[in-house]
Design a protein around this ligand. Structure first.
Ligand SMILES: *[C@@H]1O[C@H](CO)[C@@H](O)[C@H](O)[C@H]1NC(C)=O
Ligand SMILES: *[C@@H]1O[C@H](CO)[C@@H](O)[C@H](O)[C@H]1NC(C)=O
Ligand SMILES: *[C@@H]1O[C@H](CO)[C@@H](O)[C@H](O)[C@H]1NC(C)=O
Ligand SMILES: *[C@@H]1O[C@H](CO)[C@@H](O)[C@H](O)[C@H]1NC(C)=O
Ligand SMILES: *[C@@H]1O[C@H](CO)[C@@H](O)[C@H](O)[C@H]1NC(C)=O
Length: 340
């Protein structure tokens, strides 16, 4: 009973003390989520890039889980995403990004003054599933070490200044669901190792200077989306077709593919996009084309095809596509072209 009155004067005192401590350490008091090691690494990345305005929110006095461009894991509070989009700073991807140990997603997109290559330190990011460096001026060879990053499901290096050939090692990425290497200056052939993918990833290689034949191993693969357009590829591409395949998009336009189209006996039922324009494809159009139900884009112009355009069926090649889909062949005829 007499204890309470005796400690009453002490309570306000400790409260005052506590409140003054709060104001001294605002971040800690608010229960900062940020992992101190990750914060240190992020500040190193910022300084390696020359403290550009893009990272203005990266203030050491505040919780790094609240900073722009990054994301913390809900449970572990470790940095799992670094997403640099539409930035104007000049420089290279700092090696220090490899110290964000728990990173799952790393993106540099539309950073026109980003130069140099991808640093080897990214191989330390064993949790990384999503890597995108696109619309930048990153150049040099596509690094072979990317093949060590076995957890990658998505790799997008499109719209850069990469040159040299595609490394065989990328065929080691068994979990890959999509590979974008389009719009670079890549030369050489498509690696034979791509035949080792357990499931064919969506493959975008367009607008490069790739040469040679498709790997024979492609015959076993079932690409849902494949865009090889605007390269210098040659030989038989008919291995991409077949009744048992589930392809939706096949774009082989503007290459030098050369094969007899008449020998193709079937197509994927799900095909919606088939562009073969500007190649050296000979023979006649296969009757199986009339069985595709949802073909929306179809173009065989500028080839060496001959014979009557197959009529009827659900494909309705004669009225679903205009003459521009068929122009400049050896002797194609029948609607929508003049009668044979
Ligand atoms: C690369 O840099 C040049 C200027 O040096 C610029 O015109 C171009 O848009 C840049 N490329 C990309 C993809 O941003
Ligand atoms: C893939 O990620 C898992 C969990 O994120 C990790 O345990 C494993 O070591 C990683 N594998 C490789 C080859 O880095
Ligand atoms: C792009 O690559 C070419 C060589 O292919 C090089 O001459 C040019 O300087 C590169 N541009 C940049 C911005 O790195
Ligand atoms: C990846 O690459 C493609 C080009 O192949 C591009 O259009 C796309 O915007 C990129 N990024 C994502 C997230 O798909
Ligand atoms: C087919 O491709 C040719 C050549 O690029 C083009 O001129 C034509 O407009 C295209 N036709 C259709 C229907 O897409």
């Amino acid at each position: 009973m007499n204890i309470i009155p005796s400690c009453l004067p002490i309570l306000p005192l400790s409260l005052i003390l506590f409140l003054s401590l709060l104001s001294l350490f605002p971040a800690a008091a608010a229960g900062e989520r940020c992992n101190p090691y990750d914060k240190k690494v992020l500040l190193k990345i910022k300084s390696d890039l020359g403290n550009p305005y893009h990272f203005a929110s990266w203030d050491p006095k505040t919780d790094c889980c609240e900073w722009y461009v990054v994301e913390c894991d809900e449970i572990t509070n470790r940095i799992i995403t670094l997403n640099v989009i539409t930035a104007d700073f000049a420089g290279q991807i700092p090696a220090s990004v490899g110290d964000l140990t728990y990173l799952k997603t790393l993106i540099f997109h539309k950073v026109a003054k980003l130069t140099g290559n991808i640093p080897a330190s990214v191989t330390k990011l064993t949790h990384l599933t999503f890597l995108e460096v696109s619309w930048t001026n990153v150049s040099g060879a596509v690094p072979a070490f990317l093949g060590q990053m076995k957890n990658l499901t998505y790799l997008n290096l499109s719209f850069n200044n990469f040159s040299g050939s595609i490394p065989e090692s990328l065929g080691e990425l068994k979990k890959l669901e999509a590979l974008h290497l389009d719009r670079n200056k890549l030369t050489g052939t498509i690696p034979e190792s791509f035949g080792k993918f357990p499931t064919a990833p969506d493959l975008y290689l367009s607008h490069n200077q790739l040469t040679g034949k498709l790997p024979a191993s492609f015959a076993k693969l079932d690409f849902v989306r494949i865009d090889l357009s605007r390269n210098k590829l040659e030989g038989d591409a008919s291995i991409l077709f077949g009744k048992k395949k589930t392809a939706q998009i096949i774009d082989l336009s503007r290459n030098a593919f050369q094969f007899d189209f008449s020998k193709v006996k079937g197509f994927s039922k799900s095909l919606i996009w088939l562009d073969l324009n500007h190649n050296k494809i000979a023979g006649s159009l296969p009757a199986a084309l009339t069985k595709i139900e949802n073909l929306q884009q179809f173009n065989v112009s500028y080839n060496r095809l001959c014979g009557e355009i197959p009529q009827g069926g659900t494909g309705r090649l004669q009225d679903r596509f205009d003459k521009y889909a068929y122009l400049h062949n050896k002797c194609l005829c029948g609607p929508p072209l003049p009668a044979c």
